[in-house]
Design a protein around this ligand. Structure first.
Ligand code: GLV
Ligand code: MN
Ligand code: MN
Length: 429
C-alpha cells in the first residue's frame, strides 16, 4: 500500500486530557450487562435475548453517532459514516460482540465501542474523510456456543461453506435454527460476502491478552502478525463398567486414557518455545461416580506463529494419541475441524498504526498476536491490521480482564489517527 499524499489533518484543536476514556469505559460496563448468566459476562453468538439486546444497543449507538446501520443475514452489524465521495470503499474498523463463557468485558467489546467513539468524534467535529468509515460489530468470533470460531468475518470474505451452518451446539441446536430464532437467515449467508475493493482496509483495536506491553511499560502496539491455529475434537471410547467389581488390570477406562493424552499434549507443546496447545473442553460419559468412564470427548486447540511447526507438531500429536489408545485398548477418533494459517498483517496498515501510536505520544512497539482475531480473516479481503492495548497482568478470557481509563482513551485516539492516516495513504483521488 503506497503513501499517496501526506496531508495532515488540520481540523479542530486536539483537546487535552482524557476526552474519550471515561465515556468508553462507562459504555463497556453498560455493554457487559447483556449477559446470559447473572453475575458474570457470558454472551455467546445467538445466545438469545442478551445477544439480541447487545445488537440493539450497538445499533442505537451507531445511529446516535450518525451512521447508517445494516445488519447482515448472520447478524453482524455494520454502521457506515459516508466519506466525501459516497459509495467509495470504506475503511472498516471494529471487532466482535460475542464473548467466551465467564468473560472479561474488553475482549471484542473494546474494539467495537472504540470504533463507534471514533465515528462519534468525526461526526461531532464535522470531519469527513475521502473514504467512508464503516464500523463492524461481528457476531461470532469466540466459538463459545458453536464450534465455528470466527464465523461471521469468514462469511464476509467468502470462506463459509453451507455445511458449517449445520454445526450444532451442546443441546443439538444448529446455527441455522439459532439464526432463525434470532431473526437471521442462514440461507442468505452468501450475501454477507463483500467484494474485493469494497473495503479499502480493516483495522481492529483489541486488548493484547498477553503481558508484553505491561512488562515494557507501554500502552499500545502495532500488531504485525496473527498466529496460526488448528482445532480438533477427540472421542475416546473404552468400556463402561462397575467401579467396584472390575479389577484395575481389566479396565478400558476412557478417562484414564484421555488423561494420559492430555498430559502428552502438554508435554509436546511444552517442548517447543513457539507452540501452545490447550484442552479446554472435556465431557465424560456416563459421568457417574460409580461407573468406569466409557467415553470421553475433548477438544484440542494448538497454535503457533510457524505453520510448518504447527503442522509437524499436530501430526506428531495425533500419532501419539493413537499410540496411547492402542496401548490401553481403547478406540480414538479424531476430527480436525478447523485450521487457520498464520497471517502476516499488511505492512502499510502496520505503518499507519505505528504512525498513529506515535502521534499519540507513545512508543510504537511492534508485536505479534497469539490469539485469533477477525483481522486475521479480513486480511484475505483487504489490507488489515490491529492496534493492541495493554491489559493488566496480560489476563484475558477471564473476568479479571482489566484496562485503565487512560489506555482506553489512548486506544480511541490512536484509532482516530490511524483512520485519518489510512485515508491519506489509500486515497487514489
Ligand atoms: C479468540 O479469542 C481466540 O483466539 O480463541
Ligand atoms: Mn477477541
Ligand atoms: Mn477472545
Amino acid at each position: 500500500m503506497a503513501s499517496k499524499r501526506a496531508v495532515t489533518h488540520n481540523g479542530k484543536a486536539k483537546p487535552k486530557g482524557l476526552q474519550f476514556g471515561p465515556a468508553l469505559m462507562e459504555r463497556l460496563d453498560q455493554f457487559a450487562t447483556h449477559t446470559e448468566v447473572p453475575g458474570q459476562l457470558t454472551r455467546r453468538y445467538l445466545g438469545g435475548a442478551p445477544y439480541l439486546d447487545a445488537m440493539r444497543q450497538v445499533e442505537a449507538w451507531m445511529k446516535e453517532a450518525g451512521m447508517a446501520v445494516r445488519i447482515d443475514p448472520l447478524l453482524s452489524l455494520f454502521g457506515r459514516y459516508e466519506g466525501t465521495k459516497p459509495g467509495r470503499p470504506a475503511i472498516m474498523i471494529g471487532s466482535h460482540i460475542d464473548t467466551v463463557v465467564d468473560a472479561g468485558r474488553y475482549d471484542g467489546g473494546l474494539g467495537v465501542l472504540a470504533a463507534i467513539a471514533v465515528v462519534e468524534e468525526l461526526a461531532r467535529t464535522g470531519e469527513r474523510l475521502d473514504h467512508a468509515v464503516e464500523v463492524a460489530a461481528f457476531g461470532e468470533e469466540e466459538g463459545s456456543r458453536f464450534s465455528a470460531h470466527i464465523l461471521t468475518s469468514s462469511a464476509l470474505v467468502g470462506d463459509v461453506k453451507a455445511a458449517l451452518l449445520d454445526t450444532r451446539d451442546a443441546d443439538g441446536i444448529s446455527i441455522r435454527e439459532a439464526l432463525a430464532a434470532c431473526g437471521g437467515d442462514a440461507k442468505a449467508y452468501r450475501s454477507c460476502i463483500r467484494k474485493k475493493g469494497d473495503i479499502a482496509a480493516y483495522l481492529e483495536l483489541h486488548i493484547e491478552q498477553g503481558p508484553v506491553l505491561e512488562a515494557k511499560g507501554l500502552a499500545l502496539a502495532a500488531v504485525t502478525a496473527i498466529n496460526g491455529s488448528v482445532r480438533s475434537r477427540v472421542a475416546v471410547t473404552g468400556f463402561a463398567g462397575h467401579a467396584g467389581t472390575v479389577p484395575m488390570n481389566a479396565r478400558k477406562d476412557a478417562l484414564a486414557a484421555a488423561s494420559e493424552m492430555v498430559l502428552a499434549i502438554e508435554r509436546l507443546a511444552g517442548a517447543e518455545t513457539e507452540l501452545v496447545a490447550t484442552v479446554g473442553r472435556m465431557g465424560v460419559l456416563p459421568g457417574a461416580q460409580n461407573v468406569i468412564p466409557g467415553r470421553v470427548e475433548f477438544t484440542i486447540d494448538m497454535r503457533s506463529p510457524s505453520d510448518a511447526l504447527r503442522k509437524r507438531a499436530h501430526a506428531a500429536l495425533l500419532a501419539e494419541l493413537r499410540a496411547i489408545a492402542r496401548r490401553r485398548g481403547v478406540k480414538v477418533e479424531i476430527d480436525t475441524f478447523q485450521e487457520n494459517a498464520a497471517t502476516a498483517l499488511d505492512p502499510g496498515v502496520i505503518e499507519a498504526a505505528g504512525e498513529a501510536i506515535e502521534a499519540c505520544g507513545q512508543q510504537p512497539l511492534r508485536l505479534s498476536s497469539g490469539a485469533g482475531h477477525d483481522a486475521g480473516i479480513m486480511a484475505k479481503l483487504c489490507p488489515s491490521g490491529m492496534i493492541f492495548v495493554r491489559c493488566k497482568d496480560g489476563v484475558s478470557h477471564n473476568p479479571a480482564e482489566s484496562i485503565t481509563v487512560a489506555d482506553a482513551d489512548l486506544g480511541v485516539r490512536a484509532m482516530l489517527e490511524a483512520v485519518r492516516c489510512l485515508d491519506r495513504r489509500l486515497s487514489p483521488w
